[in-house]
Design a protein around this ligand. Sequence first.
Ligand code: PFF
Length: 447
Amino acid sequence: MSERVQFATRVGAIAASVGSAVGLGNIWRFPCEAGEHGGGAFLLIYLACVLLMGIPVIVAEFVIGRGTHRNVSGALQQLAPGKKFHWLSWMWITASLMILSFYSAVCGWIVEYLIQAASGHMSGLTLEQYHERFNAFVANPWRCSLWTVLFLLINYYVLRHGVKRGIERVANVMMPLLFIILIILSVKALTLDKAAEGIRFLFTPDFSKITPRVVIGAMGQAFFSLSLGLSCLLTYASYFNNSNRLVRSATIIAVLDTVVAVLAGIVIFPAVFTYGMTPQEGPTLVFEVLPAIFQQMTGSYVWNLLFFILLFFASLTSTISMSEISITFFSEEYKMSRNGATALNTGIAVVFGVLCALSFGVLNDLRIFGLTLFELFDFVSSNILLPAGGIFFSLFVGWYVDRRFVRDQLTNFSTVTPRVHGIIGFCMRWVAPVAITIVFLYGLFGH
Ligand code: PFF
């Protein structure tokens, strides 16, 4: 077990984990959710979810991963020998492949828009025309499929190079660039005429807007955005070395992930208000409204290009992390070579990713429970499998795993003084599982 690969540096380990967390969830989904659910009120509930459920579940996954240095199935076999918990791994493998599939369909759109932006074909249209263009594009089976496959091949290429030379290196380059681009874009947004209105919308909590639906939306968003409940952070933690402080790393990841989501809001809302749009645009915000806004600014070419590079970096570091779950699983449990496992992961994602991409056009009539394949994968993974995984990890580490093992992981074998561990432990045992269960059941049956 000791020759198992590890991240080369602690910064690299954090960069990779932040890369996993920061993705479409922050830049695409957070502003839409905040826009739909009343801005500041949503942000406040979101922060509570991150603190009370997010950080404890990240720590739970870290304890399992770093403590065993194995894939999710191997880790559960080691911590609960002779028990059947490890069969749950199939749930996470399935969920990770589902998310990878629908996520890659959106990444395909990003590739298209990135190419359009780079070649200068993004400017000069009205909002109406951007809308028509987007609809025509997602309905075109060839283009969507092609870009989805291309994106997955890039993903494959990085993963083939392994943990240090692939995952860590890409994260070390892309994460700092991502922050720089985001800061440039937010400074620009803050200089717009109605910036204050946008910022007020994002930060002023309107408590009358807080309904059970908002709470469910915020929790789902926190899980998705922090890559929780899927054994993704568990898998990355299995590459951490023993000097990595788990609670501190979990906090850094949660803080940076939230900062990116808020910065994305700071980029988007001032622009939305300045150019007279409404914040409740839904998913088309990024692909229709923003290009329409950018094109009214001077230097629209640069703003468009920077924005789609940002989305590309954010999404690639996330798809890499969700792929790694099944790659480690197949290579360790089924003794496949890393290349073989990576090819298998990519092959499955290509098939289902293309099907998801087509569900906006030719396969739109293919409905399961009234949902397209894209919607079904999104719903089942984000609303059912991720929360279920979160409940399991917090209960498993909070109640089942040997106390000493957990303490050794939290204190790095008594070399770190425990400070907030009591609170984390309490949230892991009680607050997170109870809160996730209530919200989860309400989300499924409460309508
Ligand atoms: N956290 C990513 C985002 O915000 O886009 C999505 C994600 C990545 C979910 C990895 C789950 C995962 F395992």
